[in-house]
Ligand binder design. Sequence first.
Ligand code: ADP
Length: 337
Amino acid sequence: MSIILETASKHAIATIGSHSALQILKGGKDEGFRTIAVCKKDHSFIYRHFGVADRIIEIPSYSEFHVAENDLLMENAILVPHASLIAYIGLEAVENIRIPYYGNRRILLWESDRNLQRRWLEKAGLNLPRVYEEPEEIDRLCIVKFQGAKGGQGYFLARSSEEFYEKIGGSKDYSIQEYVVGIPVYIHYFYSIIRGELELMGFDKRYESNVDAISRIPAGLQQDIDATYTIVGNFPLFLRESLLPEVFKMGQSVVEASREVCKPGIFGPFCLETVVTPDLKFYVFEISARIVAGTNVFMEGSPYAYLKHGRPMTTGRRIAMEIREAIEQDRLKEILG
Ligand code: ADP
């Protein structure tokens, strides 16, 4: 064990102080790494308060992440990405980051472009909600989404093109999807390159304002409220055990299809965002090709990861464990992209 810790301690795990950084940094420490949070000044308090970072590098703004790069290189850091890293720094800048990066960076392009994402999911043979190219085609309840919307903000529902034009305002960068009526289930996976195996990390559901508030109002008053989908938090979820084979099948197909669309494919954590209908079919409306904040509900370990590993295991810790095993087996290159 001391040799293992010695190996890990020659490297540091670094991430941007936001999103799932508490989990990533704690996981890094649990696996014996030094940990670094790169933060805006007003956020650094959080990482100090929870004691998850051995070092905090303060930067003036996230767009100036490059300011921290030399320090991170000197620390022998491996950067673990999350959604805020990509949102704050930008896809192009992420591609140019000089620090060793955990995961396949090029897959982010497939994730961020709706058409590429759909091609990937179609190739994987998953059920997808119908997409409408033109508002005039709307023939059922649809959800209208905006590019780059953070956490579902501003999304709206429409039943017809008339309703669509009433609600759209000036925005042109939208996409229209069939609204699948069912239970939203976010599936968290981890594909290990080192072990050559897909793992299930857990499920969550989201708590969104104001759509989750509507049932608290008498039915007669609900018509006056336009549903919005701004995420506020997440709940853990246990799925019917009989659905697990389908869950693994979907995850495996996504990994296999990713190897065809963007070599060497997806690895590490990813999430399928689904709606499950009353006939127990999963409709996948989005994929996130990295850790998602829904995994934060399992800060003390997810039940499925516990079953698999026999100890509390978060997605953050699973990432660090993968990096540690890669270092021990001299395979680090395979998990950096
Ligand atoms: P984000 O950009 O935050 O990932 P999502 O695409 O997850 O936004 O959507 C936000 C909300 O809208 C979620 O509650 C999700 O359940 C719901 N939603 C998204 N697409 C569909 C769909 N096609 N059918 C039903 N609900 C959907």
